[in-house]
Design a protein around this ligand. Structure first.
Ligand SMILES: C[S@@+](CC[C@H](N)C(=O)[O-])C[C@H]1O[C@@H](n2cnc3c(N)ncnc32)[C@H](O)[C@@H]1O
Length: 335
């Protein structure tokens, strides 16, 4: 839909109509409703494009959830490394992997947000794009029975799988502090100022509305709460051929943005960046693996370049440094 001017063809058409009407009518009164209609229709159009992207991502992850493998992403199937190897490559330790339900780790992570989070007993943790519940179960052990670990995911098949995993987690751990909610990270099904720590692992890059995701994080965090996020980010803009690939989108690469852009999104949402650090090991280790997506992306790059020249894993800690207000205290008292 985009043209050389950077406008969608729809936007261009509407500008042309608005301009000609303004010239012939010489009436600002007449132009106002047109401008308003244009904005309303442009918003509808953008919403539709965002929903289309979410639909493609949802389809990709529904297939992954149903197939119990992750062929569409950096994967544990098709000759790629096992999910446990991916997890160990990004710093998970064997003991914590042994304590989560079978199948909760689907090899879809690109970092280790619970290691950044310094979780305390009693904390309420929210995992954005929880998948099979991998980090939710690790967090649940750390926050203990006085804490609460909530996973949100927009793919119903993933949520079903996570809830199944939770049944075996309850039995093996004796903990009943985990919950999975169906929802979009752009519109979190979570109350204002109710979360101590937001975590997320390789998900925000998939969102077509990253600014809205960061605003939602700021909304749900308690004053003094923090976001500990692992994600993929770009070191330089991707070639168009990779950006257009649905496989690369579902595989967390085509939707990634530059590190400076991520920084700006966090700050615009009103959060304070405590730490933002690139972790090149994840992509570097991928280059030794025969993952089909990795091979496909490598083929589309200019000669002499590898995916890790473009993409890096990023660890982010950001804080809600707003002070407790009377308003926030009253809201908590009501809940
Ligand atoms: C790469 S997987 C990561 C899963 C999990 N965090 C892990 O490390 O195993 C991405 C997950 O995010 C979910 N997801 C993607 N975009 C989302 C959105 N806009 N809102 C909610 N969930 C989303 C997908 O359904 C999928 O389960």
């Amino acid at each position: 839909m985009s043209s050389v001017t950077g406008r969608t063809s729809f936007e261009g058409m509407y500008h042309a109509i608005a301009k000609s009407e303004c010239i012939t009518q010489f009436s600002t009164l007449f132009c106002q409703p047109i401008k308003k209609d244009y904005k309303a229709m442009r918003d509808i159009n953008t919403d539709r494009e965002h929903d289309d992207i979410r639909e493609k991502v949802r389809d990709g992850y529904a297939r992954i959830a149903d197939s119990k493998t992750s062929c569409c992403g950096p994967s544990s199937c098709c000759g790629g490394p096992a999910a446990g190897d991916i997890a160990r490559a990004v710093g998970y330790v064997s003991e914590e992997l042994a304590e989560i339900p079978d199948g909760a780790n689907m090899g879809l992570s690109c970092g280790n947000p619970t290691a950044l989070a310094s979780l305390q007993p009693g904390d309420t943790v929210l995992d954005l794009g929880a998948g099979g519940g991998f980090d939710v179960f690790i967090a649940a052990r750390k926050v203990g029975e006085s804490g609460h670990a909530i996973g949100v995911d927009m793919t119903p098949e993933m949520v079903s799988r996570a809830r199944q995993n939770n049944r075996s987690f309850r039995q093996s751990s004796g903990l009943d502090n985990v919950e999975f909610r169906l929802g979009e990270i752009e519109h979190l099904p979570v109350a204002d100022a109710s979360i101590d720590v937001v975590i997320s692992n390789c998900v925000i890059n998939l969102s077509p509305e990253k600014a809205q995701v960061w605003r939602e994080i700021a909304r749900v965090l308690k004053p003094g709460g923090r976001a500990c996020i692992s994600d993929l980010a770009l070191l330089r803009p991707l070639p168009e051929s990779v950006r257009q690939s649905i496989e690369a989108l579902v595989g967390c690469i085509a939707g990634a943005v530059l590190i400076d852009e991520t920084r700006a999104l966090i700050q615009s949402a009103g959060l304070t960046i405590v730490k933002i650090e690139t972790k090149s090991d994840y992509m570097k280790s991928m280059s030794d693996w025969s993952d089909p997506l990795y091979q496909e992306i490598a083929r589309k790059l200019p000669s002499g370049y590898r995916p890790d020249d473009y993409v890096t894993s990023l660890s982010i800690i950001a804080e809600n440094s707003r002070k407790k207000t009377r308003h926030a205290t009253v809201k908590r008292a009501i809940r």
